[in-house]
Ligand binder design. Sequence first.
Ligand code: UDP
Ligand code: MG
Length: 184
Amino acid sequence: MSSSPSATSATPSKQAPSKPAPSNPCNLEHTLVLVKPDGVERGLVGEVLTRIERKGYVISDMRLVTPSAALAQAHYAEHSARPFFGELVDYLCSGRVLAVVVEGERVVKGMRVLNGATDPTVASPGTIRGDLACQRDGISMYNVVHGSDSRVSAKREIALWFPEHQGSCDSGDESVLPTEEATD
Ligand code: UDP
Ligand code: MG
């Protein structure tokens, strides 16, 4: 049954936006994602990148690296006093790592949610760790991916893995927005 174009039921409300609201440029951030050696070794690079892109984020740079101990120690410096630190550095240096700069609105927080909880056993299904990882050896957790935990960390970590980005790839305007707290 056809209806007249002027019929109210068929006419979209003038209030309803036809497009999503434009992005707020202040929310545009960069974060560092690592596909750790277990993820690269298991052939999960494509899966992880696909999930990032399906979410709507942009891969703005990436590089395959076998990290030196110095790079791994610097990357995880905040954990240097933790009992798992030595094994964590060994884990990161045990093979190739895909380092990725990911760009998007509120991407620092968003990637943490996409990655899931640190312990892959309890990471929610639907997250990268929840769906793709389960390995834990004593206090050491092998969880396929890393994601920066704040804008400040993202800036520091991107500069470590992509020194050529220094100064050109900050994670948003920190003078405008408050620093996001680390999640989980
Ligand atoms: N990790 C571990 N045992 C722990 C806590 C952490 O082996 O009890 C490892 C794990 O690989 C984790 C990394 O150390 O991804 C960094 O820990 P963090 O607490 O920063 O977790 P993330 O930010 O990666 O979720
Ligand atoms: Mg962390």
